[in-house]
Design a protein around this ligand. Structure first.
Ligand code: B4P
Length: 204
């Protein structure tokens, strides 16, 4: 099974993709996680990506495409869910050259709901787990349920950066819904996490 999760920033792509990957025994390829890990480790990719992410802009295609190609080829047999990639038509055209995607899950959430989700997001720097102060609070204070490390608010989750990310999404990423129209299933991303998950599973 080769899936793409598409949706605006904060729609729950990462939250749902992690569970789907685990339940269907396929790989979870999160471009955001890979880039943040590269920044943390001070790699060449991390140095190139850092300022774009902080400003709420997309990292250039030439930086992310090669990362995606390697991850896709590595997991081609096992199957995968691509979370946050492709984010531009050029990225989608790039992978079309070497992989056939089975299904695109488009998680639809209105802008009015997204800001609260992102300003309330808590992330673990150590293992990448994601929580929310209201909809998915960590069990013990500000510590990760998975690895007990401290949680933090991402730099790109500030209100002014969120608005820019949404504008970038509308211009650069939303055309992918048309690009993949024959393979796309639209899911209502508003509601409890379990309800959204059940809709995704039903569509698979
Ligand atoms: P990502 O890390 O992919 O982040 P995202 O789009 O902000 O979040 P996602 O939709 O996964 O939301 P989540 O599940 O966490 O990208 C970060 C940046 O990296 C980009 O802005 C860009 O700069 C760069 N980048 C990544 N990929 C790139 C590419 N292909 N090309 C160029 N640049 C790239 O959910 C958000 C919050 O809502 C969480 O707190 C969660 O708990 C909560 N939530 C989820 N579902 C909910 C629900 N149903 N109800 C209530 N709350 C919910």
């Amino acid at each position: 099974m080769k899936l793409i999760f598409l949706g605006p920033p904060g729609s729950g792509k990462g939250t749902q993709a992690k569970v789907i990957a685990q339940d269907y025994s396929i790989a979870h390829i999160s471009m955001g996680d890979i880039l943040r890990e590269s920044i943390k480790n001070g790699t060449e990719v991390g140095k190139k990506a850092e300022s774009f992410i902080k400003q709420g802009l997309l990292v250039p295609d030439e930086v992310v495409n090669e990362i995606a190609r390697q991850a896709i080829e590595k997991n081609a047999e096992k199957g995968f869910v691509l979370d946050g990639y492709p984010r531009t038509v050029a990225q989608a055209e790039f992978i079309a050259g070497f992989v056939n995607i089975d299904r695109v899950i488009y998680i639809d959430v209105p802008l009015s709901e997204l800001e609260g989700r992102l300003t309330g997001r808590l992330s673990c720097k150590n293992c990448g787990s994601v929580f929310h102060i209201k909809s998915k609070p960590p069990k013990s204070g500000n510590l990760c349920d998975n690895c007990s490390n401290e949680l933090y608010v991402r730099e790109d989750d500030k209100p002014e950066t969120i608005r820019r990310r949404y504008t970038v999404y509308e211009k650069e990423t939303s055309p992918l819904v048309d690009f993949y129209s024959a393979k796309t299933v639209k899911i209502n991303g508003v509601g409890p996490l379990e309800t959204v998950l059940a809709s995704i599973k039903k569509s698979l």
